[in-house]
Ligand binder design. Sequence first.
Ligand code: COS
Length: 386
Amino acid sequence: MALDQETFQLLKDSVQRFVRERLVPAENHLEEHDEVPADIVADMKELGLFGISIPEEYGGIGLSMAQECEVAYELGQTALAFRSVAGTNIGIGSQGILMDGTSEQKAEYLPRIASGELIISFALTEPDAGSDAASLKTKAVADGSDYLISGTKRFITNAPRAGAFTLMARTGGAGAGGISAFIVPAGLPGLTLGKPDKKMGQKGTRTCDVNLDSVRVPAANIIGGEAGKGFKTAMKVLDRGRLHISALACGMAQRILQESVAYAQQRKQFGQRIGDFQLVQAMLADSQAELLAGWALVQGTARRYDAKPSGVSDPEVSMQASCTKLFTTEMVGRVADRGVQIHGGSGYINEFPVERFYRDVRLLRLYEGTTQIQQLVVGKHLMKAA
Ligand code: COS
Protein backbone atom coordinates (compact mmCIF):
# COMPACT_ATOMS: atom_id res chain seq x y z
CA MET A 1 0.00 0.00 0.00
CA ALA A 2 1.38 3.39 -1.01
CA LEU A 3 0.25 6.52 -2.77
CA ASP A 4 1.97 7.33 -6.08
CA GLN A 5 4.82 9.76 -5.54
CA GLU A 6 3.31 12.68 -7.44
CA THR A 7 -0.02 12.61 -5.59
CA PHE A 8 1.84 12.08 -2.33
CA GLN A 9 3.95 15.19 -2.94
CA LEU A 10 0.76 17.22 -3.45
CA LEU A 11 -0.63 15.87 -0.16
CA LYS A 12 2.59 16.65 1.66
CA ASP A 13 2.63 20.19 0.27
CA SER A 14 -0.97 20.70 1.46
CA VAL A 15 -0.12 19.39 4.94
CA GLN A 16 2.94 21.67 5.12
CA ARG A 17 0.81 24.65 4.12
CA PHE A 18 -1.93 23.65 6.57
CA VAL A 19 0.56 23.41 9.44
CA ARG A 20 2.15 26.75 8.57
CA GLU A 21 -0.98 28.75 7.79
CA ARG A 22 -3.64 27.21 10.05
CA LEU A 23 -2.09 25.29 12.92
CA VAL A 24 0.92 27.37 13.95
CA PRO A 25 -1.19 30.57 14.15
CA ALA A 26 -3.72 28.67 16.35
CA GLU A 27 -1.12 27.55 18.92
CA ASN A 28 -1.89 30.42 21.32
CA HIS A 29 -5.61 29.69 21.19
CA LEU A 30 -4.88 26.03 21.90
CA GLU A 31 -2.72 26.88 24.91
CA GLU A 32 -5.19 29.39 26.35
CA HIS A 33 -8.44 27.50 25.75
CA ASP A 34 -7.19 23.91 26.03
CA GLU A 35 -9.12 22.88 22.94
CA VAL A 36 -8.60 22.31 19.24
CA PRO A 37 -11.08 24.63 17.46
CA ALA A 38 -13.90 22.84 15.62
CA ASP A 39 -13.12 24.55 12.30
CA ILE A 40 -9.58 23.15 12.44
CA VAL A 41 -10.92 19.63 13.07
CA ALA A 42 -13.27 20.09 10.10
CA ASP A 43 -10.36 21.18 7.91
CA MET A 44 -8.32 18.17 9.04
CA LYS A 45 -11.17 15.90 7.93
CA GLU A 46 -11.38 17.76 4.63
CA LEU A 47 -7.66 17.21 4.05
CA GLY A 48 -8.14 13.48 4.61
CA LEU A 49 -5.84 13.37 7.63
CA PHE A 50 -8.03 10.95 9.61
CA GLY A 51 -7.68 8.35 6.85
CA ILE A 52 -4.05 8.58 5.76
CA SER A 53 -3.24 5.04 6.97
CA ILE A 54 -6.45 3.42 5.73
CA PRO A 55 -6.54 1.83 2.25
CA GLU A 56 -8.36 3.62 -0.54
CA GLU A 57 -10.93 0.80 -0.81
CA TYR A 58 -12.19 1.89 2.64
CA GLY A 59 -12.19 5.58 1.79
CA GLY A 60 -8.72 6.41 3.12
CA ILE A 61 -5.63 7.72 1.38
CA GLY A 62 -3.61 4.52 1.75
CA LEU A 63 -0.15 5.81 2.58
CA SER A 64 2.75 3.45 3.15
CA MET A 65 4.40 3.60 6.58
CA ALA A 66 7.29 5.61 5.12
CA GLN A 67 4.83 8.10 3.65
CA GLU A 68 2.81 8.25 6.87
CA CYS A 69 6.01 9.07 8.73
CA GLU A 70 6.67 11.98 6.37
CA VAL A 71 3.19 13.35 7.11
CA ALA A 72 3.70 12.81 10.84
CA TYR A 73 6.99 14.72 10.56
CA GLU A 74 5.07 17.70 9.14
CA LEU A 75 2.33 17.47 11.78
CA GLY A 76 5.03 17.28 14.45
CA GLN A 77 6.12 20.82 13.63
CA THR A 78 3.34 22.37 15.67
CA ALA A 79 1.65 21.77 19.02
CA LEU A 80 1.17 18.01 19.27
CA ALA A 81 -2.49 18.29 20.30
CA PHE A 82 -3.55 19.03 16.72
CA ARG A 83 -2.26 15.68 15.48
CA SER A 84 -3.72 13.94 18.51
CA VAL A 85 -7.29 14.63 17.35
CA ALA A 86 -6.70 12.36 14.35
CA GLY A 87 -3.91 10.31 15.94
CA THR A 88 -5.97 7.40 17.22
CA ASN A 89 -7.91 7.13 13.93
CA ILE A 90 -4.64 7.06 11.99
CA GLY A 91 -2.92 4.63 14.32
CA ILE A 92 -3.67 2.70 17.48
CA GLY A 93 -7.49 2.90 17.23
CA SER A 94 -7.92 1.76 13.64
CA GLN A 95 -4.98 -0.45 12.82
CA GLY A 96 -6.07 -3.50 14.82
CA ILE A 97 -9.26 -3.62 12.76
CA LEU A 98 -7.31 -3.16 9.54
CA MET A 99 -4.66 -5.78 10.39
CA ASP A 100 -6.75 -8.46 12.03
CA GLY A 101 -10.44 -7.57 11.57
CA THR A 102 -12.95 -9.60 9.58
CA SER A 103 -14.04 -8.22 6.21
CA GLU A 104 -17.40 -7.25 7.79
CA GLN A 105 -15.66 -5.33 10.59
CA LYS A 106 -13.43 -3.53 8.11
CA ALA A 107 -16.37 -2.59 5.89
CA GLU A 108 -18.44 -1.42 8.84
CA TYR A 109 -15.86 0.69 10.67
CA LEU A 110 -12.95 1.72 8.46
CA PRO A 111 -14.80 4.10 6.08
CA ARG A 112 -16.21 6.11 9.01
CA ILE A 113 -12.83 6.11 10.75
CA ALA A 114 -11.11 7.27 7.54
CA SER A 115 -13.52 10.18 7.09
CA GLY A 116 -13.27 11.20 10.75
CA GLU A 117 -17.01 10.72 11.22
CA LEU A 118 -16.18 8.10 13.87
CA ILE A 119 -13.39 8.77 16.37
CA ILE A 120 -11.88 5.52 17.59
CA SER A 121 -9.68 5.17 20.69
CA PHE A 122 -7.33 2.42 21.82
CA ALA A 123 -8.04 1.09 25.30
CA LEU A 124 -5.26 -1.15 26.63
CA THR A 125 -3.84 0.58 29.73
CA GLU A 126 -5.46 0.08 33.13
CA PRO A 127 -4.80 1.41 36.64
CA ASP A 128 -2.68 -1.69 37.42
CA ALA A 129 -1.55 -2.63 33.92
CA GLY A 130 0.62 -0.08 32.09
CA SER A 131 3.99 -1.38 30.93
CA ASP A 132 2.91 -4.89 31.93
CA ALA A 133 0.05 -4.87 29.44
CA ALA A 134 -0.38 -8.68 29.52
CA SER A 135 -1.55 -8.46 33.14
CA LEU A 136 -4.68 -6.45 32.32
CA LYS A 137 -7.72 -7.25 34.45
CA THR A 138 -10.72 -5.98 32.47
CA LYS A 139 -12.91 -9.07 32.17
CA ALA A 140 -15.10 -10.16 29.29
CA VAL A 141 -17.44 -12.96 30.38
CA ALA A 142 -19.35 -14.93 27.73
CA ASP A 143 -23.13 -14.64 28.00
CA GLY A 144 -24.94 -16.34 25.10
CA SER A 145 -23.76 -14.74 21.89
CA ASP A 146 -22.47 -11.69 23.81
CA TYR A 147 -19.74 -10.80 26.27
CA LEU A 148 -20.24 -8.75 29.42
CA ILE A 149 -17.22 -6.49 29.85
CA SER A 150 -16.25 -4.94 33.20
CA GLY A 151 -13.17 -3.02 34.23
CA THR A 152 -11.39 0.32 34.05
CA LYS A 153 -9.18 1.64 31.27
CA ARG A 154 -6.85 4.53 32.09
CA PHE A 155 -5.33 7.55 30.21
CA ILE A 156 -7.36 6.75 27.11
CA THR A 157 -6.52 9.29 24.42
CA ASN A 158 -9.56 10.79 22.70
CA ALA A 159 -11.99 8.85 24.93
CA PRO A 160 -14.20 11.94 25.41
CA ARG A 161 -14.41 12.33 21.62
CA ALA A 162 -14.67 8.62 20.78
CA GLY A 163 -17.59 6.88 19.12
CA ALA A 164 -15.90 3.49 19.58
CA PHE A 165 -12.94 1.82 21.27
CA THR A 166 -10.54 -0.91 20.26
CA LEU A 167 -10.53 -2.39 23.74
CA MET A 168 -8.48 -5.23 25.17
CA ALA A 169 -10.20 -7.47 27.73
CA ARG A 170 -9.57 -10.85 29.27
CA THR A 171 -11.74 -13.64 27.83
CA GLY A 172 -9.47 -16.47 28.97
CA GLY A 173 -6.83 -17.33 31.56
CA ALA A 174 -3.85 -15.33 32.79
CA GLY A 175 -1.22 -13.83 30.50
CA ALA A 176 -1.13 -12.61 26.93
CA GLY A 177 -3.02 -15.62 25.49
CA GLY A 178 -6.15 -14.82 27.54
CA ILE A 179 -6.66 -11.38 26.00
CA SER A 180 -9.10 -10.49 23.20
CA ALA A 181 -9.53 -7.23 21.30
CA PHE A 182 -13.09 -5.95 21.06
CA ILE A 183 -14.67 -3.14 19.08
CA VAL A 184 -16.80 -1.42 21.74
CA PRO A 185 -19.21 1.34 20.66
CA ALA A 186 -19.09 4.28 23.09
CA GLY A 187 -22.81 4.64 23.68
CA LEU A 188 -23.45 1.22 25.21
CA PRO A 189 -25.21 1.02 28.62
CA GLY A 190 -22.68 0.59 31.45
CA LEU A 191 -19.88 2.47 29.68
CA THR A 192 -19.01 5.76 31.39
CA LEU A 193 -16.13 8.21 31.24
CA GLY A 194 -14.03 9.52 34.12
CA LYS A 195 -13.20 13.18 34.59
CA PRO A 196 -10.73 14.69 32.11
CA ASP A 197 -7.07 14.12 33.08
CA LYS A 198 -5.13 17.30 33.92
CA LYS A 199 -1.80 16.86 32.19
CA MET A 200 1.66 18.43 32.27
CA GLY A 201 1.48 19.49 28.62
CA GLN A 202 -0.18 18.82 25.28
CA LYS A 203 -2.99 21.27 26.02
CA GLY A 204 -6.01 20.50 23.84
CA THR A 205 -5.59 16.73 23.98
CA ARG A 206 -8.33 14.73 25.66
CA THR A 207 -7.67 11.73 27.90
CA CYS A 208 -9.67 10.12 30.69
CA ASP A 209 -10.66 6.82 32.28
CA VAL A 210 -13.18 4.56 30.57
CA ASN A 211 -15.26 2.58 33.06
CA LEU A 212 -17.12 -0.53 32.01
CA ASP A 213 -19.78 -2.10 34.17
CA SER A 214 -21.19 -5.27 32.55
CA VAL A 215 -21.19 -3.66 29.11
CA ARG A 216 -22.93 -6.05 26.72
CA VAL A 217 -20.91 -6.46 23.51
CA PRO A 218 -21.69 -9.02 20.80
CA ALA A 219 -19.07 -11.77 20.35
CA ALA A 220 -19.08 -10.67 16.70
CA ASN A 221 -17.22 -7.54 17.86
CA ILE A 222 -14.08 -9.50 18.72
CA ILE A 223 -11.51 -8.31 16.20
CA GLY A 224 -10.99 -11.13 13.72
CA GLY A 225 -13.83 -13.11 15.33
CA GLU A 226 -11.48 -15.26 17.39
CA ALA A 227 -10.84 -14.88 21.13
CA GLY A 228 -7.30 -14.92 22.56
CA LYS A 229 -5.58 -12.99 19.78
CA GLY A 230 -5.95 -9.51 21.25
CA PHE A 231 -2.53 -9.12 22.83
CA LYS A 232 -0.76 -9.83 19.57
CA THR A 233 -3.07 -7.43 17.77
CA ALA A 234 -2.22 -4.76 20.35
CA MET A 235 1.52 -5.38 20.01
CA LYS A 236 1.38 -5.19 16.20
CA VAL A 237 -0.57 -1.95 16.46
CA LEU A 238 2.03 -0.54 18.87
CA ASP A 239 4.95 -1.50 16.59
CA ARG A 240 3.40 0.71 13.94
CA GLY A 241 2.42 3.42 16.40
CA ARG A 242 5.97 3.60 17.71
CA LEU A 243 7.21 4.53 14.24
CA HIS A 244 4.55 7.20 13.85
CA ILE A 245 5.49 8.70 17.24
CA SER A 246 9.16 8.63 16.22
CA ALA A 247 8.42 10.68 13.10
CA LEU A 248 6.40 13.10 15.20
CA ALA A 249 9.37 13.45 17.58
CA CYS A 250 11.63 14.35 14.65
CA GLY A 251 9.15 16.94 13.33
CA MET A 252 8.98 18.52 16.78
CA ALA A 253 12.77 18.52 17.04
CA GLN A 254 12.88 20.36 13.70
CA ARG A 255 10.46 23.03 14.95
CA ILE A 256 12.32 23.50 18.26
CA LEU A 257 15.61 23.82 16.40
CA GLN A 258 14.05 26.37 14.06
CA GLU A 259 12.75 28.38 17.05
CA SER A 260 16.16 28.14 18.69
CA VAL A 261 18.05 29.37 15.62
CA ALA A 262 15.58 32.24 15.17
CA TYR A 263 16.04 33.27 18.80
CA ALA A 264 19.83 32.94 18.58
CA GLN A 265 19.79 35.23 15.54
CA GLN A 266 17.88 38.08 17.17
CA ARG A 267 18.90 37.90 20.85
CA LYS A 268 21.92 40.06 21.64
CA GLN A 269 24.22 39.74 24.68
CA PHE A 270 27.77 40.98 25.27
CA GLY A 271 27.26 43.23 22.24
CA GLN A 272 26.52 40.53 19.69
CA ARG A 273 23.97 37.92 18.59
CA ILE A 274 24.07 34.93 20.93
CA GLY A 275 24.10 32.68 17.84
CA ASP A 276 27.59 33.99 17.08
CA PHE A 277 28.90 32.43 20.29
CA GLN A 278 30.43 29.02 19.83
CA LEU A 279 28.84 27.61 23.00
CA VAL A 280 25.39 28.37 21.58
CA GLN A 281 26.40 27.04 18.16
CA ALA A 282 27.53 23.82 19.83
CA MET A 283 24.04 23.29 21.26
CA LEU A 284 22.45 24.01 17.88
CA ALA A 285 24.88 21.66 16.15
CA ASP A 286 24.22 18.79 18.57
CA SER A 287 20.48 19.19 18.04
CA GLN A 288 20.84 19.29 14.26
CA ALA A 289 23.08 16.21 14.17
CA GLU A 290 20.81 14.20 16.46
CA LEU A 291 17.73 15.22 14.49
CA LEU A 292 19.28 14.08 11.21
CA ALA A 293 20.33 10.79 12.80
CA GLY A 294 16.84 10.24 14.22
CA TRP A 295 15.10 11.04 10.97
CA ALA A 296 17.39 8.74 8.98
CA LEU A 297 16.55 5.99 11.48
CA VAL A 298 12.81 6.60 11.11
CA GLN A 299 12.98 6.50 7.32
CA GLY A 300 15.10 3.35 7.27
CA THR A 301 12.90 1.50 9.75
CA ALA A 302 9.70 2.62 8.00
CA ARG A 303 11.05 1.24 4.70
CA ARG A 304 11.81 -2.07 6.41
CA TYR A 305 8.32 -2.03 7.91
CA ASP A 306 6.85 -1.53 4.42
CA ALA A 307 8.96 -4.34 2.98
CA LYS A 308 7.42 -7.05 5.19
CA PRO A 309 3.98 -8.54 4.46
CA SER A 310 1.39 -6.14 5.88
CA GLY A 311 -0.31 -7.09 9.13
CA VAL A 312 2.31 -9.76 9.86
CA SER A 313 4.71 -9.28 12.74
CA ASP A 314 8.45 -9.53 12.13
CA PRO A 315 10.45 -9.57 15.39
CA GLU A 316 13.43 -7.91 13.71
CA VAL A 317 11.26 -5.01 12.52
CA SER A 318 9.55 -4.77 15.94
CA MET A 319 12.98 -4.52 17.53
CA GLN A 320 13.99 -1.78 15.08
CA ALA A 321 10.74 0.12 15.73
CA SER A 322 11.58 0.04 19.43
CA CYS A 323 15.14 1.27 18.74
CA THR A 324 13.65 4.07 16.67
CA LYS A 325 11.19 5.19 19.34
CA LEU A 326 13.84 4.87 22.02
CA PHE A 327 16.31 7.06 20.12
CA THR A 328 14.00 9.69 18.63
CA THR A 329 11.88 10.39 21.70
CA GLU A 330 14.94 10.70 23.93
CA MET A 331 16.53 12.84 21.20
CA VAL A 332 13.65 15.32 21.11
CA GLY A 333 13.82 15.56 24.90
CA ARG A 334 17.45 16.69 24.60
CA VAL A 335 16.65 19.05 21.73
CA ALA A 336 13.81 20.62 23.76
CA ASP A 337 16.09 20.97 26.77
CA ARG A 338 18.74 22.74 24.66
CA GLY A 339 15.98 24.87 23.09
CA VAL A 340 15.01 26.15 26.53
CA GLN A 341 18.68 26.67 27.42
CA ILE A 342 19.33 28.74 24.29
CA HIS A 343 16.26 30.88 25.08
CA GLY A 344 17.58 31.50 28.61
CA GLY A 345 14.96 32.84 31.02
CA SER A 346 12.55 33.39 28.13
CA GLY A 347 12.55 29.63 27.57
CA TYR A 348 10.82 29.24 30.91
CA ILE A 349 8.04 31.66 29.97
CA ASN A 350 4.83 30.25 28.61
CA GLU A 351 4.52 32.75 25.75
CA PHE A 352 7.50 31.16 24.02
CA PRO A 353 6.74 28.02 22.02
CA VAL A 354 9.80 26.17 23.39
CA GLU A 355 8.40 26.28 26.94
CA ARG A 356 5.24 24.51 25.76
CA PHE A 357 7.07 22.08 23.50
CA TYR A 358 9.43 21.15 26.35
CA ARG A 359 6.39 19.96 28.30
CA ASP A 360 4.63 18.48 25.25
CA VAL A 361 7.50 16.20 24.24
CA ARG A 362 7.85 14.69 27.70
CA LEU A 363 4.91 12.44 26.92
CA LEU A 364 6.61 10.94 23.86
CA ARG A 365 8.96 8.97 26.13
CA LEU A 366 6.02 7.54 28.03
CA TYR A 367 3.11 6.62 25.81
CA GLU A 368 3.00 3.72 23.35
CA GLY A 369 5.68 2.12 25.51
CA THR A 370 8.16 3.90 27.78
CA THR A 371 11.84 4.17 26.91
CA GLN A 372 12.47 1.31 29.34
CA ILE A 373 9.92 -0.92 27.56
CA GLN A 374 11.67 -0.19 24.24
CA GLN A 375 14.97 -1.20 25.88
CA LEU A 376 13.36 -4.44 27.08
CA VAL A 377 12.01 -5.26 23.61
CA VAL A 378 15.43 -4.65 22.05
CA GLY A 379 17.39 -6.47 24.75
CA LYS A 380 15.07 -9.47 24.76
CA HIS A 381 15.25 -9.73 20.98
CA LEU A 382 19.05 -9.62 20.94
CA MET A 383 19.28 -12.35 23.56
CA LYS A 384 16.72 -14.51 21.74
CA ALA A 385 18.24 -14.01 18.28
CA ALA A 386 21.67 -15.04 19.62
N1 COS B 1 4.05 -8.42 17.48
C1 COS B 1 3.35 -9.58 17.53
N2 COS B 1 3.36 -10.39 18.59
C2 COS B 1 4.08 -10.01 19.65
C3 COS B 1 4.81 -8.81 19.68
C4 COS B 1 4.79 -8.01 18.52
N3 COS B 1 5.48 -6.86 18.47
N4 COS B 1 5.43 -8.70 20.87
C5 COS B 1 5.08 -9.80 21.58
N5 COS B 1 4.26 -10.59 20.84
C6 COS B 1 3.71 -11.88 21.20
C7 COS B 1 4.82 -12.82 21.60
O1 COS B 1 5.36 -13.47 20.48
C8 COS B 1 4.09 -13.79 22.52
O2 COS B 1 3.40 -14.73 21.75
P1 COS B 1 3.50 -16.32 22.09
O3 COS B 1 2.88 -16.45 23.46
O4 COS B 1 2.67 -16.96 21.02
O5 COS B 1 4.94 -16.66 22.07
C9 COS B 1 3.07 -12.89 23.21
O6 COS B 1 2.88 -11.75 22.35
C10 COS B 1 3.52 -12.42 24.56
O7 COS B 1 4.76 -11.77 24.38
P2 COS B 1 5.80 -11.54 25.56
O8 COS B 1 5.98 -12.79 26.32
O9 COS B 1 6.99 -10.85 24.99
O10 COS B 1 4.95 -10.51 26.46
P3 COS B 1 5.33 -9.76 27.79
O11 COS B 1 4.21 -9.88 28.72
O12 COS B 1 6.70 -10.14 28.23
O13 COS B 1 5.32 -8.20 27.34
C11 COS B 1 6.02 -6.15 26.41
C12 COS B 1 5.95 -7.68 26.30
C13 COS B 1 6.65 -5.66 27.69
C14 COS B 1 6.87 -5.75 25.23
C15 COS B 1 4.60 -5.56 26.27
O14 COS B 1 3.80 -5.82 27.38
C16 COS B 1 4.59 -4.07 26.00
O15 COS B 1 4.83 -3.63 24.87
N6 COS B 1 4.30 -3.27 27.04
C17 COS B 1 4.12 -1.86 26.89
C18 COS B 1 2.70 -1.59 26.58
C19 COS B 1 2.53 -0.24 25.98
O16 COS B 1 3.20 0.14 25.04
N7 COS B 1 1.59 0.48 26.53
C20 COS B 1 1.28 1.76 26.04
C21 COS B 1 -0.17 1.91 26.11
S1 COS B 1 -0.90 2.28 24.65
S2 COS B 1 -0.64 4.21 24.48
